[in-house]
Design a protein around this ligand. Structure first.
Ligand code: GLC
Length: 568
């Protein structure tokens, strides 16, 4: 896990269907299936970091046409929805998370017409497009901010958070930016400070101003009309600040990677007002049958429940980072987190990697059995009750490859935080398509270097190898889409005191599937004791190596996977 993720965790903790069942499956183009399941409950989501996915014009940066060219690959893999990280016009200080125009495409990624082609090609394949909505802040180059900073009386002045300093050279309070340094920047033109939770180039919007709300809600309407099926809402916890600007408490002595005090973000994150905004965004989303995913770093499931909202009127898919951050192959830890989110008030969402977190391949890998462990992790989060969100490259076992020298770092926090915080370049390297130069990502010079592992871990090579991580992902995804118990079945943990094997049953009506995952480097045997659950024996649906069942006893290879249908 990189330092940013660990900081987020500390901060937040401190706060607080084909085949036999073809007809049963929800087609992404239909809102709700016969049993009331929404399309996003059965969909497999896949995050694309557009800079790094596929470069159609060989300028070294991925683009929308590149994504369009890979839709068949994604369909074949078993993906139903793609979440594209921000591709709006942006000075790219935070690689797109600093938006200067919400209703356009950055020329580096293409044009609105390229988006329209992508949308219509995706639609043909029943793939939904989810955009990333940066709700907390804009770029300092957005026309709203340019006007806001131009004078104290400008039309957009109150669209951002402007305050007087405490005294000459003294910011309004002690808040520090998550990305280092004070969270306030002095602007000599109007002699006031503006607030930025992230970089100074990302001024926070003032969500207490109804005009901001209206404008931002309209952005979502605009994209829904153009074919977007939902949004991943960025940094939702930081939408509101204490109007009294109280100083944040200092958590402990010492400094973080950026040399700042270690604060509890008591007065500038997770203010209850943010839920009004989420309810409003949800109302707009519901008009278009759209889905809202949240970047929600919650301290526990009670807090996660708040993001689902009362009667599920906020986010359909708040991410459960408590699951993501288990960070070790511990059946006990996973059992705890799965049970917690399974008991949440909404539909669970599972993520094991993203563009801010070191890749799962090496977070869980032991350096020796990494491919096997990658399959084990796939078998885990793709067979749970809930919606999985994959991260590009995870399906081929891409490895986190952080820069080795400060001068090579692209992510600004990696430069200010070096060497403690190396930034997020390591998990954003180009997608590895084949073993040709630059892994087939681009014929130009890629914006980040291609990891050396591309020779063995790439789509073309792995497609030829039935034992590859990629082929395993495809098989699990196929099973997941076609097996009703995996789609909708209840989750029941089995063998709860086993220290090595994570085992559970998914049951839908009279159909059941058992999953047994050996999280150790030694062979294991488990007795499933199915009789007590109304079943008799297990028949393999998918297993790695020689892992197999006899009656209700399962033998597992080191890090072995067994997924079986249970019979009465
Ligand atoms: C979210 C994004 C991250 C970005 C930050 C500021 O955490 O996932 O990549 O830097 O918000 O927008």
């Amino acid at each position: 896990m990189n330092k940013l993720a660990s900081r987020l965790v500390t901060l937040l903790v401190s706060l607080c269907m084909a085949g036999s069942i073809a007809t049963a499956q929800t087609s992404p183009s239909h809102a709700v299936d016969a049993e009331g399941h929404q399309w996003w409950q059965h969909a497999v989501f896949y995050e694309i970091y557009p800079r790094s996915f596929a470069d159609s014009n060989n300028d070294g940066v991925g683009d929308l046409r590149g994504i369009t060219s890979k839709l068949d690959y994604l369909k074949d893999l078993g993906v139903d929805a793609i979440w594209i990280s921000p591709c709006f016009p942006s000075p790219q200080v935070d690689f797109g998370y600093d938006v200067s125009d919400y209703e356009n495409i950055d020329p580096m990624y293409g044009t609105l017409e390229d988006f329209d082609v992508l949308a219509s090609e995706a639609k043909k394949r029943d793939i939904h497009i989810i955009f990333d909505f940066v709700v907390n802040h804009t770029s300092d180059q957005h026309k709203w901010f340019l006007d806001s900073k131009s004078s104290r009386t400008s039309a957009h002045r109150d669209w951002y958070i402007w305050r007087d300093g405490k005294g000459p050279g003294e910011p309004p309070n002690n808040w520090v930016s998550l990305f280092g340094g004070p969270a306030w920047k002095f602007d000599p033109v109007t002699n006031q400070y503006y607030y930025h939770f992230f970089y100074a180039e990302q001024p926070d919007l003032n969500w207490r101003n109804p005009a901001v709300k209206d404008a931002m809600f309209d952005v979502t309407r605009w994209w829904y009309k153009r074919g977007v099926a939902g949004f991943r809402l960025d940094a939702v916890e930081t939408l509101f600040e204490d109007p009294g600007l109280h100083d944040n408490p200092i958590l402990r002595p010492g400094k973080n990677a950026y040399g700042d005090a270690i604060e509890e973000n008591k007065y500038n994150t997770k203010l209850p007002e943010l839920h009004d905004v989420l309810r409003g965004l949800r109302k707009v989303a519901d008009e278009s049958n759209a889905v809202l995913i949240g970047e929600t770093w919650t301290a526990d499931v009670a807090e996660l429940n708040q993001y689902y909202g009362e009667g599920n009127n906020e986010l359909q898919l708040p991410m459960d980072f408590l699951f993501t951050m288990v960070n070790k192959l511990s059946p006990a830890e996973f059992r705890k987190q799965i049970a917690a989110v399974d008991g949440a008030s909404g539909w669970p969402t599972f993520v094991i990697s993203n563009h801010d977190i070191a890749r799962s391949y090496d977070r869980y890998g032991d350096g020796q059995h990494n491919d096997q462990i990658a399959k084990l992790m796939a078998a885990l989060y793709l067979t749970l009750r809930g919606t999985p969100i994959m991260y590009y490259g995870e399906e081929i076992g891409m490895k986190t490859t952080p820069p080795t020298r400060r001068e090579d770092v692209k992510d600004p926090i990696g430069r200010t935080g070096w060497p403690e915080e190396k930034g997020r370049d390591g998990e954003r390297t180009p997608m590895q398509w084949d073993s040709s130069e630059n892994a087939g990502f681009s014929r130009g010079t890629p914006w980040l270097p291609v990891p050396a592992t591309y020779k063995t871990h790439n789509v073309a090579e792995e497609s030829k190898d039935p034992n590859s991580v990629l082929e395993f992902y495809k098989e699990v995804l196929k099973l997941r889409h076609t097996n009703r118990a995996l789609l909708d079945g209840n989750y029941t943990p089995l063998n709860e005191s086993d220290a090595n094997v994570l085992c559970y049953l998914r049951v839908y009506k009279d159909q059941g599937v058992v999953v047994a995952l050996n999280m150790s480097d030694a062979p294991q045997k488990v007795s499933l004791e199915l009789k007590g659950k109304g079943f008799f024996s297990a028949k393999s649906l998918l297993a790695t190596g020689k892992s197999a069942a006899k009656g209700d006893e399962v033998s597992l290879e080191p890090y072995g996977v067994f997924i079986g249908e249970v019979t009465k």
